[in-house]
Design a protein. Structure first.
Length: 459
């Protein structure tokens, strides 16, 4: 019934009944009388509005120094929330990384921004990752000089400070560019300082996992009180692709083409197709001697063995082709140190064999995993051969027998696995050459002989 068909008297009577029922406190629908006979209606609670990342960043700029812990936590838990904020990452770069005010924006604040960029760069969406690359292009020359002034020059005590800024920037670049960075790019980041570049790689490997400060709720809000929040340190383990990328960067330090291309005269000679001057070759040997010394003094091999063990052998899964390539890169780095250095090679062999965890943490677990994989591949090849053995009654024909053998051997075709085993055995030959057989490592290697299981693998 519409209001046009309702008479004034009828409408007034209906309205009077509603008022009487309300005043009397009678809830005719539920037959209840709340609040001592006075019927009241409680409005539904409005949901608390969530703070946007832009609001959080603007409010953080008020403090001195700027504290971005809440945004670091958000970038770790929900990277898309920051990526979807239009212009937020550009504002972070402009107002923090490129800011010249060192009182309000200190080194820790800049590290927070780099951590945020590294967290959001883990996205698998290529368009979102492209946003991070465009933001990185906005990093100005002032910040590059700031990094140089903070970490290139020795500290007041005559020692280098930990290259935290370079480590964080390297992590951002690795993730933003899909773990395809080259050693030349790293040397460009460090201004050609090879020692700093190596320390940045070693530092990331040594960390193994990154410690970030997150803001968590300690106590919920009570009536008349506010909720209590606190900062808490949490550790996030580096992803395996990052460890694999760092291994390839290490190999690049010992490659002659990387060294010569970083020199002005070397780049000119290589582009022109001319022979390099003899003094540049001698200088390369000097660089390898220095790199060998740094590798032994900084516990690089120890750190590398632990990182590889945690990244490749902790989950018990079958290794992927990229894992085998990472193992080849590590052994290539060690072998190039031994082959290209002119001083300290004997000490390096003894050091690798007796004073590091290279053999028990990397060599033996890798060979054990490869032997298991080789056994699986051999059984698969034999099963294929048995299945194709009786080929419609023509198994006795030479052509059919050759075809069956060829098809079954396809299961043994795994070049990355073969290359990884070859590089590992080559390193073992270098380490064990003319070494006393009474050492503990030789007893371990004697008990573990993978040769019979590897003989059937296709080369």
């Amino acid at each position: 019934m519409s209001l046009a068909n309702v008479g004034p008297s009828t409408w007034n009577m209906d309205k009077a009944r509603q008022v009487t029922d309300h005043v009397g406190g009678v809830d005719k629908e539920n037959n209840a009388m709340p609040n001592g006979g006075k019927a009241t209606t409680k409005a539904p609670a409005k949901p608390k509005p969530e703070l946007s990342p832009t609001w959080m960043f603007n409010s953080a700029l008020i403090s001195s120094p700027v504290d971005l812990s809440s945004l670091v936590t958000l970038s770790l838990e929900d990277p898309s929330a920051i990526l979807n904020e239009v212009g937020l990452l550009n504002k972070m770069v402009d107002k923090v990384l490129n800011a010249k005010n060192s009182k309000r924006v200190d080194k820790d604040t800049r590290l927070d921004v780099l951590q945020i960029l590294a967290n959001v760069a883990t996205t698998e969406d290529e368009m979102e990752k492209e946003k991070v690359r465009k933001v990185l292009a906005g990093v100005g020359e002032w910040f590059e000089k700031y990094m140089e002034s903070q970490e290139l020059s020795p500290s007041r005590h005559g020692k280098r400070v930990e290259p935290e800024l370079h480590k964080s920037m390297l992590k951002v670049l690795c993730r933003a560019y899909d773990y395809a960075l080259k050693t030349d790019d790293l040397l460009e980041l460090t201004g050609g300082d090879r020692r700093l570049a190596l320390e940045s790689v070693v530092g990331l490997l040594e960390d193994g996992e990154e410690v970030v400060m997150e803001v968590v709720q300690r106590a919920a809000a009570k009536p008349g009180q506010r909720a209590q929040w606190e900062q808490r340190a949490t550790s996030v383990r580096h992803e395996k692709p990052l460890v694999v990328q760092l291994c390839h960067l290490l190999l690049g330090f010992t490659r002659a083409d990387t060294y010569f291309s970083s020199l002005d005269e070397g780049f000119y000679y290589m582009e022109a197709g001319l022979e390099l001057p003899e003094y540049t070759i001698d200088q390369f040997s000097v660089e390898m001697d220095s790199l060998l010394h740094i590798s032994m003094s900084s516990k690089l091999i120890e750190t590398l063995a632990k990182a590889m063990n945690g990244a490749l052998f902790s989950n018990g899964r079958v290794l992927e082709p990229a894992d085998h390539k990472a193992v080849c890169a590590v052994h290539g780095f060690l072998q190039n140190l031994y082959l290209y250095a002119t001083d300290g090679t004997e000490e390096l062999r003894n050091y690798l064999l007796s004073d590091t965890l290279l053999v028990p943490h990397m060599v033996l677990p890798y060979l054990e995993r490869c032997v298991y994989h080789a056994a699986v591949m051999s059984r698969r090849a034999q099963a294929n051969k048995d299945a194709l053995g009786d080929f419609a009654g023509f198994a006795d024909l030479p052509e059919v027998a050759g075809l069956v053998e060829e098809v079954s051997d396809l299961s043994l075709d795994y070049p990355e696995l073969v290359q990884g085993i070859e590089s590992t055995l080559r390193t073992l030959i270098i380490l064990s050459f003319r070494a006393p057989r009474t050492r503990l490592m030789f007893q371990l290697l004697h008990r573990f002989n993978p040769t019979p299981s590897l003989l059937r693998m296709k080369r």
